[in-house]
Design a protein around this ligand. Sequence first.
Ligand SMILES: C[S@@+](CC[C@H](N)C(=O)[O-])C[C@H]1O[C@@H](n2cnc3c(N)ncnc32)[C@H](O)[C@@H]1O
Length: 200
Amino acid sequence: MYEANADSYAEMMDKEIDLPVYKDLLGRLHENISDIPGALLDTACGSGHMLAMFRSNYDSNRSVIGIDISPRMVEIAKTLIGEEGSVVVGEMRALPNISSGSVAAVINFFAIHHLDIDDIRESMLEWYRVLVHSGHLLLAAWEGNGAIDYGEESDIVALRYSSNELIEIAESVGFIVNRCLVVPVEGFPMDAIYLECMKQ
Ligand SMILES: C[S@@+](CC[C@H](N)C(=O)[O-])C[C@H]1O[C@@H](n2cnc3c(N)ncnc32)[C@H](O)[C@@H]1O
């Protein structure tokens, strides 16, 4: 679905990236990692808007790495982020090319609904591994239970999780959960969860 719709997804993100919630979250992340060396890694970067906004609004010196399973998304993200970013096709659950303890922050926005609960745990363990000590994880997900109904759009399987489930997984792999925000999103029938975690 994402591969076929990558261009229209990127156009949608051109507008959505201006939502105040993203500026607030990325601004807070910037402050949280300002003294921490290492790259900012987006493990399902899509069209690359989050990484591009972080660089343009907050820190153009921080190196950024984007990973996405869709080659077309990666192509678009490369164009948006430019030469200074590293964007590659890859899998959010396993990061074999990223060294342990090398990354200041991991972000993952609205992608874990494509994983089952065991894969979320496996992914969080992997993100914990690549973070430096005191590094940060910023996770956005859809709150709820059961499958998301895409209607006619797609028969893709996508799952919602409760904030408590995600907090339990984050804490079980070793994260400290600093903040959990559950808020409505205009135009969507589901609340968003924004989880801010730190590696201890
Ligand atoms: C809703 S989009 C979100 C993209 C981006 N994070 C954003 O907020 O604009 C979900 C993204 O997750 C990617 N994705 C889905 N499964 C993935 C996986 N197992 N590993 C890496 N990326 C994946 C899709 O290709 C798509 O770009």
